[in-house]
Write a protein that binds this ligand. Sequence first.
Ligand code: FPP
Length: 224
Amino acid sequence: MKHLAVIMDGNGRYAEQRGLERKQGHFMGAEAFVTLVRDFPLLPLEIITVYAFSTENYKRPKDEVNSILKIIATFLENKVYKIARENNVTVKFIGDIYSLPEYFHKIIVSAPVFDSDSKIIVIALNYGGLDEVCRAVNKIQAKKINFITEEIIKDNLDTCGLPFPDAVLRYGGEKRLSNFLPLQTIYSELFFINKFWPEYDKSDILFIIEQFGKIKRKFGGLND
Ligand code: FPP
């Protein structure tokens, strides 16, 4: 497996079950993400994409939205970038990043970038799959392209240049993709785990990689 996409769900429930505020769950979720970034050099993966904040998450109370965004910004600046730099990991963003609060802009432009064979963490921030498709179509229109091919669609998605995920792993017990990478997951293997994201452990991913290795993938054909 080259590329794993992770839905970091269950922060709120993890906190509520422990009598804590939901924002404390997001803080613990961010700590779990830092652990994943630390583990990344040891994992047999080249790319990890994580769903950090969706376009739909804006429907939550303002206070929770602000807390999630502040937590993400603080962890990126204070922890994630440092670990990524020490380990030659490139950090990229997908999503409608220009509509995020202004304090994110300088954080996003200062993300570590290494050469093309470095490992990559892709953070989906203010990301919605349908929104990504709309933005892609608008980009294509602006270029006055009127014969659309699969390559043109791929090249105008936020994930341009990245291979599609081989697998998606969702934490939190729900079995759906929730507007995460709808086109890119057309042939992804789907895994669901009955743990909340703050309970992340490296062994979860090693187990999924092992299960993935047992699947005969045919992509609609008859052979691998
Ligand atoms: C979903 O759980 C999680 C989120 C909306 C926020 C995810 C953000 C992080 C884990 C922080 C990531 C940090 C960085 C630096 C990228 P939920 O609130 O929907 O949980 P619930 O389903 O139990 O309510």
